[in-house]
Design a protein around this ligand. Structure first.
Ligand code: ATP
Length: 579
């Protein structure tokens, strides 16, 4: 985590500071690498002006051995600074990885945010990629460009001015490149992001895509998005490629021009041959970082736009504050004037709901499709925030609990079950990596899932690969129920818990609910099926997001149901009628 830094850019800067010491060393190594760059020109100078003049083989050998050593040292330092920068990048990324993952999780409660979350993870990668790319090292080398040019001035002012003019032309070309390609890179990124999201959705819905003949149309739509991205990438690469080719040839031309001009000054007696060659090499060294930075410009652009959007993204999801650990609460739930607006929406889908459940009680919530039952379940489980009102469990409001701890106190079985990559045991144990076998089996037995799990190829150690078709709907629902029961929660929220269960599973569920009540804990069941409320003492009827009745189950049924008699008989477990 990134300490106390404010969300967004400050915490990203704090993450960057984690690599500051390493950054410093990379800078120091760069100073020596650049000083050692002078080895070549100085060698030339000595060979041409001293060795050739004196015809001394000993001097040549001594100089050559020295140069060999200096080049070896330069190679080691250059390698070292590359390694150091890779670690700067790794520190930056690992400082933000966990925080960003958590932020994407919190934002994913609004389905429209899925694409933004995927993009944020890629943005972090693109910033990290900058650290390992040669661009930053080239930027470290750039301050030496004027030093090398100054050295050329010492040889001859006209050669110096030639270098300055050449350098300026290369810089102007680099800026032009940035101006012409920046917009295309951004457009290509946005289109490729859209294509990724589209492909994710298509894969998730592959059952429908493949069985209902959508594949061809989906493919066309995907290709359209990809082609926009490709088009922009090809265009920006064309621009960058042409600028890179121009810069490279221009630099070679400039070096030859320097040599030509140098030869002229040698003839005029204003320059030694050694200085002529050394000047040309120095020019190459001076302009190499500019050329390298330009060749890798798209990396810098992606990192820059990644940094901006990542900062804005993190700003919207501040890190969760550290909260005092509250003790395990009593199973006493009080909801006062609860109003819930789904994330990303404006209109409440649940309004002014007030009720109370005491330890040992079970509440059934019934209502038509779309009346707000699942909304109530999500808000009570702490997944969707309240827009108004409050919910207290054991005297404390839900947001006073640390979210992970609250999850341990509340067992929640959502209507749509999600299981994750891991073993059945890990899934039941809420993805703990070394769960207690005893607790896992206990939860599975309570959920009437134990025997079913023993039938799986490797029992509790069967690996679920995230493929929804690996288990049947009923098997998934039972494993998810075991997960809800894991760790002895005090409150159980079950949204349509027997929608996939057979009669036997449904009866077992009622036994679980009754055992829960006996141990002084409470249960809330959202359902369409009378069998699911057989153990409920209280009943709430929800219509268009409002509670139209609440009280003892039989009283409420008597008052509100038209088909009260058939419902009463189906309470015994036969799913004959719906409410
Ligand atoms: N993620 C969401 N974003 C926006 N609106 C939503 C979202 N989920 C549900 N709604 C809306 O909230 C209202 C209540 O939906 P909810 O799922 O709570 O009903 P329900 O009673 O559980 O229905 P069902 O019995 O069909 O499961 C509906 O009008 C629905 O369109």
């Amino acid at each position: 985590m990134t300490g106390q830094a404010k969300p967004g850019f400050p915490e990203m800067r704090a993450a960057r500071r984690k690599g500051l010491v390493l950054f410093f060393w990379a800078f120091v190594f760069s100073i020596f690498v650049n000083l050692l760059m002078l080895t070549g020109p100085l060698y030339m100078l000595q060979v041409y002006d001293r060795v050739l003049a004196s015809r001394s083989v000993e001097t040549l050998v001594a100089l050559s051995v020295l140069v060999l050593g200096l080049y070896a040292l330069m190679a080691v330092l250059d390698y070292a600074r590359g390694r150091v920068m890779a670690r700067v990048g790794a520190r930056f990324q690992s400082a933000l990885d966990g925080r960003l993952f958590e932020a994407t999780l919190y934002r994913s409660s609004d389905p429209r945010e899925h694409a933004a979350s995927g993009a944020a993870l890629r943005d972090l990668d693109s910033v990290q990629a900058l650290f390992v790319s040669p661009v930053l090292l080239a930027l470290f080398d750039m301050p030496w460009t004027p030093v090398f040019i100054a050295a050329i001035f010492i040889f001859h002012p006209i050669l110096g001015w030639m270098a300055v003019a050449g350098g300026l032309i290369i810089v102007v070309v680099a800026l032009l490149n940035q101006y012409l390609t920046g917009y295309r890179v951004r457009k290509s990124q946005a289109a490729s992001q859209q294509a990724h999201t589209f492909a994710d959705h298509a894969r998730a819905g592959s059952e429908v895509v493949l069985s209902q003949g959508l594949a061809g149309n989906m493919r066309k739509r995907f290709m359209r998005l990809r082609n926009i991205a490709l088009d922009q990438t090809v265009h920006s690469n064309d621009w960058t490629g042409s600028f890179t080719a121009f810069t490279k040839s221009f630099r070679l031309l400039l070096q030859s021009a320097m040599l030509g001009a140098g030869a002229y000054f040698v003839i005029q007696g204003e320059l030694t041959p050694g200085s002529m060659i050394a000047g040309s090499i120095l020019l190459g060294r001076a302009l190499a970082p500019v050329e390298q930075a330009m060749g890798n410009w798209p990396i810098l652009q992606r990192a820059r736009s990644g940094w901006q959007s990542l900062g804005r993204y993190l700003q919207t999801v501040p890190p969760r504050p550290k909260l005092i650990e509250l003790p395990k609460p009593e199973a006493h739930l009080v909801a006062k004037a609860m109003t819930v607006v789904p994330p990303g929406q404006r209109k409440p889908t649940l309004r002014n709901i007030t009720f109370e459940i005491k330890p040992g009680q079970a509440l059934g919530v019934i209502g038509r499709s779309g009346s707000g039952k699942s909304t109530l379940a999500r808000a009570l489980a702490g997944y969707w925030p309240l827009a108004a009102g409050e919910v207290r469990l054991g005297g404390a409001t839900l947001d006073q609990y640390n979210p992970d701890r609250l999850g341990q106190h509340i067992g929640y079985l959502p209507q749509t079950v999600s299981l994750f990559q891991g073993t059945v045991a890990e899934n039941i144990a809420r993805m703990e990596s070394d769960p207690s076998s005893e607790a896992v089996v206990k939860a599975a037995k309570q959920a009437n899932a134990h025997d079913m799990i023993m039938q799986l190829p490797k029992g509790y150690d069967t690996f679920l690969d995230g493929n929804e078709n690996q288990l049947s709907g009923g098997q998934r629902q039972r494993i998810a129920l075991a997960r809800a029961l894991y760790g002895d929660p005090v409150l159980l929220i079950l949204d349509e818990p027997n929608s996939m269960l057979d009669a036997e599973g449904s009866e077992a569920l009622n036994r679980t609910v009754s055992g829960f009540k006996r141990s002084g804990r409470s249960v809330i069941v959202m359902t369409h099926r009378p069998a699911a409320i057989a153990e409920c003492d209280l009943l709430m009827v929800v219509e268009k997001g409002m509670a139209t009745a609440f009280g003892p189950r039989d009283e409420v049924m008597q008052k509100t149901l038209k088909n009260v008699e058939p419902v009463r008989t189906s309470l015994q477990g036969k799913n004959k009628v719906a409410f």
